[in-house]
Design a protein around this ligand. Structure first.
Ligand SMILES: Cc1cc2nc3c(=O)[nH]c(=O)nc-3n(C[C@H](O)[C@H](O)[C@H](O)COP(=O)(O)OP(=O)(O)OC[C@H]3O[C@@H](n4cnc5c(N)ncnc54)[C@H](O)[C@@H]3O)c2cc1C
Length: 436
């Protein structure tokens, strides 16, 4: 009987457990997780902060779903792996033997490293516990500083504003999320944020967090100005939690390196999700994704390889649906420089294509919040940003992922003032009918 041990209670570990059980109903399956709230939707934390989802809505699984997996569960932190003995040590002293081990420990916020960052009233948003603590402090009429240029920082700013907190949003750059959005898109988001009452500070950095009675009382900016505040929330990037793998010598870069079968440099140890840096045969590189769907797919692939038929992970085109300042935004494939720390998946591996400067075309609907931007290569659509109306989002995901040849419509798309949404919709419906 094979003994499988899975470290982490995120989507990658749980999906791996499902894949293992589908192929090995008799094996011994053990799950170890240190989050007191277990398995919940981390993307859902933003909706929880803003007040659109109750806490109970964050849990994708019910008790029955877990029972079906017939797992033994340890609420503990795994502290060491002994590959030679094939054992994992937990912080409660238990040593678990394994035949196949999965490390799915995710990623966590890069800490803020400025004077005062250890004060009471400084928050990040990694876990449900962070969201709860922030909400308890986010009382109507208070003032908050928010730092960070990506999606999570924006979610913090909006979540706080929705709770009646006055928000000063500090951006290091000249505009919001320049690594992914173009100037017009950043402008749309910023004007929506201003409508929500959020004050933006461009090209600003905090030099020091100021304190009063051991709590946040404001901040001093690098340019010397000071801002009063009762709390501070930050999201300045994430780092894979690789400590467990590094110590016994598993090969790591930013994440744990795995081949396309999700195996680490130790063949009986697998890694998946935000912690893994996965070999992509198409580009010959090891890539980090840091997104929910890739984590789920990698977990599934790891589980299959641990218990079932050898299955290679094929990296899909980056695809992320999110809401920026209340505006549904889908980002597909190569759309920016790939330097964004919050969303590494988006342009990674595609940056070479970006440097060839493919044509960019923009369709703008009748009102400011319907916008479609395409990155058009020689034969394919390489990426898209879809804001507002999402009718074309699935079609575009398929066009990018399946590398569908668009030569027949390329000239039409690039013609001045072309109705690109209509051209694409028609092309997609013809493509689909030919495939049936
Ligand atoms: C606020 C927020 C918003 C997000 N929004 C989006 C979004 O809109 N779209 C999107 O695609 N993605 C989003 N993400 C990213 C997405 O949540 C992650 O990509 C996904 O959760 C990764 O899953 P995972 O299983 O690899 O890791 P995780 O979900 O991080 O799970 C890892 C688990 O391992 C546990 N663990 C770590 N170390 C140990 C140890 N030593 N011992 C035991 N347990 C351990 C952790 O406590 C955690 O429970 C968001 C993330 C956050 C935090």
């Amino acid at each position: 009987m094979t003994h499988y041990v899975l470290l982490g209670t995120g989507v990658a570990a749980i999906t791996a457990a499902e894949a293992i059980r589908a192929h090995d109903s008799g094996g011994e399956l053990t799950l170890v997780g240190d989050d007191p709230f277990g398995y919940y939707s981390r993307p859902g934390l933003a909706y929880y902060l803003i007040g659109e989802l109750g806490e109970e809505m964050l849990y994708p699984y019910r008790k029955e779903d877990f029972l079906k997996l017939k797992m033994r569960f340890y609420r503990a932190c795994a502290t060491r792996i002994f590959p030679a003995e094939k054992q994992v040590e937990l912080d409660n002293g238990t040593r678990l033997p394994y035949d196949k081990l999965l490390i799915a420990t995710g990623a966590q916020a890069v800490p803020l490293n400025i004077p005062g960052s250890d004060l009471k009233g400084v928050y990040k948003l990694d876990h449900l516990a962070d969201a709860r603590a922030l909400l308890a402090d986010a009382k109507h009429g208070r003032t908050a500083l928010v730092i960070g240029g990506g999606i999570t920082a924006l979610e913090l700013a909006e979540g706080l504003a929705a709770r009646g907190v006055r928000v000063h949003y500090i951006l290091r750059g000249e505009r919001y999320w320049p690594a992914v959005l173009d100037e017009l898109e950043s402008g749309v988001i910023e004007s929506l944020l201003a409508q929500e009452g959020i004050s933006l500070y461009h090209k600003c950095e905090i030099a020091e967090i100021l304190e009063k009675n051991g709590k946040v009382n404001g901040a001093r900016l690098v340019d010397g100005r000071t801002l009063k505040a009762d709390l501070l929330a930050y999201a300045i990037g994430i780092a894979p939690r690789i400590e467990l793998a590094r110590e016994p010598g598993l090969t790591c870069e930013r994440g744990i390196l795995v081949n396309e079968f999700m195996q680490t440099s130790q063949p009986d140890i697998y890694a998946a999700g935000d912690v893994a840096q996965v070999f992509d045969p198409a580009s010959g590189k090891y890539l980090l994704d840091s997104l929910w769907n890739p984590a789920r797919e990698q977990g599934r692939t790891a589980g299959l390889n641990m218990a079932g038929p050898a299955t290679a992970y094929i990296k899909p085109a980056a695809f992320n649906v999110t809401r920026l300042a209340g505006l549904t935004t889908t980002i597909i494939g190569a759309v920016g420089s790939g330097q964004d720390p919050d969303l590494l998946g988006i342009a990674r591996g595609d940056s070479e294509t970006w440097r060839q400067v493919p044509d960019v075309i923009v369709a703008q609907g009748g009102f400011e919040v319907n916008r479609l931007r395409l990155m058009v290569g020689e034969k394919h659509i390489l990426g898209a940003v879809i804001m507002g109306d999402q009718k074309l989002s699935r079609a575009l995901q398929n066009l990018v992922t399946q590398k569908i040849d668009i030569t027949s419509i390329r000239a039409q798309l690039l013609a001045p003032h072309a109705p690109i949404a209509d051209i694409l919709a028609q092309f997609w419906s013809i493509t689909q009918s030919l495939n049936h």
